[in-house]
Structure formats: C-alpha cells, structure tokens
Design a protein around this ligand. Structure first.
Ligand SMILES: [Mn+2]
Length: 286
C-alpha cells in the first residue's frame, strides 16, 4: 500500500500555509518562527502546510543577473533536514506536499530551472545518507491537504481529472504502475499553473460530492504554489489563490494563515493582510 497522499485538516485551530521556498533558508526560518508562535498559542491545533518545491535554489549566474529576486544561498539540503526534524517533533501538525522540483528526486521529470539537471546538481553536494533521508521525505509526501474551512491546498492548481480525494492514496511515488488516470492527476497537481474558474469549480464539486456529502462546509478555494509573481500574490478564476515566496521581492512575499473554524467560500474571502500575510513585515521597499 502506498503512503497516504491526502490529509484532512480538522475544523478548529490555525494553519500556516506556504508555497515554493527553492532553498531560501531565511524564508524557511521565518516560517518556522511563525509556526512556533502558533504552537505556543494553539498547541496541537496549530498546523503547518508546506506546498512543495522546497529545493533548488538559484545558480551563481541567476544571483548576479537578478539579485533582487535570486541573491541568496541555496540551503535546500538544510531545509530538507529541518523539515524531517520538525516532522519528528510535530508528526500530526507538519504536512508536506510534494512539488515538481521535489518529485524530480524520486522519479519525476528532472527540472532544469537553474541547472541542466537540478536534482543531480543538489545530490552531488550531499552525502549518501542525506540523499537517502531526502528521498524518504519526498516518497512519503502528500499531494493535497483539504480542510473543513473550504480550502484545498496543492502545489500546482489541479484540473478536473481527480474524481475523489481518496484516489490520491493509490498513487505510488516513484511510480511503479502504469495508469493514465494517475498520470493525469499528477500533471495537474504538480505542474499546472492555474485553471479557468469553471475547471476548478468542476474539480471542487466532484470532490465535495464524494465522501463528504453531509459536510456543510464544502471545498470552495484552491490555495496553490508553483507559480511566481514579483508582487507576491495573485488570484485566478475567483477560486484560486497563489501566495508567492520564491520569485517575489522581499517585502511582497506572502504566506497564508487560515482559521480552521471559519469557512472561506471564495478566493476573495482570503483577505490580503488578514489571511494572506507578508512574510517579512518589516522588510524595506527599496
Ligand atoms: Mn513547482
């Protein structure tokens, strides 16, 4: 049996949600500090959802070409190690969702954003034991986190292929079985940048029909990563929100904080400055 690929957040507490880190250790440490504040206040009701692409930082060439966005050390290996430690410390509160860059290490197509083969590039800088542990994290990753508050959390913004969240649990990573259905699901969940509003609405209606027919609080919004925007945030179709860390300028970087007892019926229910927050509130605009 494959590892569970879907986790359902409960209807109380708080969830911190972040998207692509691409090896940015400063952003990761700030998120961990926020999570620890949430734990101090909400104890076991504080959750942290990491929406993938934690690895693969900019090359020296990219740092020089675009220092505003890319001038930071690649701390991919240290971030992976820290996530594994935090998962030991908070096994029921830290939820790691796979991104396409992470997938490149465990059977997915090799990414080439900053190097011809970023997975080989990163692994060449790590010990065999570190690589092994990283593969353990990525092989056991989730593909989606859903919630009573109406938000579905994913790396890419999925199309309407998936019929039921339970079907995610049949997907093995690395893939060992041929399945056009599973291939189609992964294309959306790992690689799609955004969907027309109707497509996302169709997906959410399918997922709401199966398994949670009695739920008064249906899934209504997708919070996803995978894309970038210098101003740190964009919404699509009225039902998709992408808070951006990697590829946003420092003072615009956003994460999401969800009140798990609330219900968010549409993308604009996630208010900029309330649910959608700046990661480095004190960062200079210059
Ligand atoms: Mn991605």
């Amino acid at each position: 049996m494959a590892a569970p690929r879907h986790f359902r957040l409960p209807g109380a507490g708080v969830a911190l949600v972040n998207t692509d880190l691409h090896g940015n250790g400063a952003d990761f440490r700030r998120l961990e500090a926020i999570f620890r504040e949430h734990v101090a206040e909400h104890a076991e009701h504080a959750h942290w959802v990491i929406l993938g692409d934690v690895v693969h930082g900019p090359s020296a060439e990219a740092r020089q070409r675009e220092p505003r966005l890319y001038d930071y050390d690649d701390e991919s290996a240290a971030i992976v190690a820290r996530i594994l430690e935090l998962r030991e410390e908070f096994p029921r509160q830290l939820h790691f969702v796979l991104g396409n860059h992470d997938y490149a290490h465990v059977g997915g197509v090799r990414t080439s954003k900053f190097y011809p083969d970023e997975a080989a590039q990163l692994e060449s800088s790590m010990t065999a034991a570190e690589v092994q542990r990283m593969h353990t994290l990525f092989r056991s990753a989730l593909l989606a986190v859903s919630s009573e508050c109406g938000v579905l959390m994913t790396h890419g913004s999925p199309d309407a292929t998936l019929q039921s969240l339970a079907d995610l649990n049949d997907i093995d990573i690395p893939r060992t079985k041929d399945s056009a259905y599973h291939d189609g699901i992964l294309r959306g969940f790992l690689f799609a940048y955004g969907q027309r509003g109707e497509t996302t609405a169709k997906l959410l209606a399918q997922l709401n029909r199966v398994g949670s027919a009695q739920s008064m609080r249906p899934l209504s919004v997708v919070v996803h990563g995978h894309d970038r925007a210098e101003n740190g945030l964009f919404c699509e179709g009225g039902n998709q929100v992408c808070p951006v860390l990697f590829g946003a300028v420092e003072h615009e970087k956003r994460y999401v904080q969800l009140d798990l007892a609330a219900h968010y019926p549409a993308a604009d229910a996630l208010r900029d400055g309330v649910e959608v927050r700046r990661l480095h509130a004190g960062a200079s605009r210059s």
